[in-house]
Design a protein around this ligand. Sequence first.
Ligand code: SAM
Length: 252
Amino acid sequence: MTELELLIDFHKDAERQGPGSTADTLRALSFIDLNRNSPLKVADIGCGSGAQTIILAQNIAGRITAVDLFPEFLDRLRQKSAGLGLQDKITPLKASMEDLSFGREEYDIIWSEGAIYNIGFEKGIKYWKSFLKPGGYLALSELTWITNSRPREIEEHWNREYPEIDTASGKIRILEENGFSPAGYFPLPRSSWIDNYYEPMEERFEDFLIRHGNSEAAMRIVDAEKEEIRKYRKYKNYFSYGFYVAKKLPGE
Ligand code: SAM
């Protein structure tokens, strides 16, 4: 197995592949004015196994195209949505977020939890904007500094790993510069990282290592995740995911 295949194997049976919660998804949704006559068209980009896709399908009158690069995650979403009778509302689509076959101004809402970093925040906003109707909404969660200054270790770490990390005001400015009007922002609470993401992940370490015969590559993945958890626990007062909801201005 390649390192990428191992990573997919590690994450595919998790409830979610990043920090978040039902309450976060519903809170972000509450900033969106959903009073439309026709059913809404929604794209959930970088959906993973679709924890948030299911919540959206249960709370929106419309249809959701759920995009991910990896079929293993989409298979899990397919199973879950069939089990809940939501298969007619959710269409899984294997595609890259950087190369989408969507129509111009096709969607009312573009949703993406913990995934836009794969294309880059500003690049993703510029590219995805063309697929949104005027007056349509973008809802994104993205790594964000939640204080104006922070200890050097964590500042250097994130500047190296994800140089686009910024404070909420910096992220909102980028949205505004690209033709969006901010409709809502909140930082994800710690429970969305610890209870919903890191603790379930810690419970999978042992089984994953056994399944892969304690291979060096499997151990490298576990060690890297443990280090990420250590940094989060130590520096949780300084960064989180910010959830941003913004409306595309007419004429953009
Ligand atoms: N939204 C899910 C959640 O919050 O549980 C998944 C978040 S996970 C951190 C990021 C997701 O982006 C993964 O499912 C990964 O497969 C997907 N991804 C990475 N690169 C991608 C790309 N170029 N195009 C589409 N999806 C991609």
